[in-house]
Design a protein around this ligand. Structure first.
Ligand SMILES: [Zn+2]
Length: 253
């Protein structure tokens, strides 16, 4: 029952994140006007605005002008709901669940906006950081040290990588946005978990780049936003981080 509720909540949040992803970078209001078709401008009725279900019923098209609705919309909804459910299954109703679900709720729009525009918005990183700190102060004051270390370690290691990238490739490889993003992830994950999340994200980014280069979907000049990979690394660390670590320690013994 709770599982279902969290799943539905995830879908509704995902639906809202679509609006955030679409409008926040353009500094448009998140509430007005209501959802409308970008092609014909007709308002989306509430029956056609049910997460995922409406997309399936309308076969991915606007009811009025039949233009294709990007698959992105149900994808964001599904990813949000699945993330919420997975975090609940892993942590149950707990302070950890509360904290990680908040983090994930910020990571979804952050990652998609970065993917689209190579932009990590302060409008999202700043509130997420503040909420993370408040959460520790209110619910988890005993762990304040790991939060500070996590945030500092996250920021510091990416600053080092950014400087190294500058030296090696003579171009900006990582921006301040990435530094802020990993710093806030560190506040939520603590130390050393934030580093595991980073390494996991880097491995997945490397795989993406290798596959992309060999399949010629990207070339050497492409800039690849790192934010989405940090987000994947964070979720991966939260859900299966321990499992990977145990496996890895078994491997090197
Ligand atoms: Zn339309």
């Amino acid at each position: 029952m709770i599982l279902l509720l969290i799943g539905i909540l995830g879908l509704l949040f995902g639906s809202f994140f679509n609006v955030v992803i679409h409008r926040l970078p353009k500094k448009q209001s998140l509430s007005k006007p209501g959802s409308h078709c970008p092609q014909c401008g007709s308002a989306v009725r509430w029956v056609d605005n049910v997460p995922i279900l409406s997309y399936i019923i309308l076969a991915g098209r606007c009811r009025v002008c039949r233009v294709h609705i990007p698959f992105r919309y149900p994808l964001v909804e599904a990813l949000t709901a699945l993330g919420f459910v997975a975090l609940y299954l892993k942590f149950g109703i707990s302070h950890d669940f509360g904290r990680y679900v908040i983090l994930y709720a910020f990571l979804v729009p952050l990652a998609f906006i970065d993917w689209d525009r190579k932009l990590i918005l302060n409008n999202l990183t700043l509130p997420c950081t503040i909420i993370g700190i408040l959460y520790i102060l209110i619910f988890d004051i005993a762990n304040w040290k790991t939060m500070i270390f996590g945030g500092l370690a996250g920021a510091l290691i990416l600053v080092v990588f950014a400087l190294l990238g500058q030296l090696l490739f003579k171009k900006e490889s990582m921006g301040m946005g990435d530094v802020k993003l990993l710093a806030l992830a560190g506040i939520y994950l603590g130390f050393p978990q934030v580093l595991y999340a980073l390494f996991l994200g880097m491995i997945i980014a490397a795989i993406y780049i290798i596959v992309g280069l060999t399949s010629k979907n990207i070339d050497r000049e492409s800039t690849i936003p790192f934010g989405p990979f940090i987000a994947i690394g964070v979720l991966g660390q939260l859900l299966v981080g321990e499992t990977i670590l145990v496996w890895y320690i078994g491997l090197i013994r």
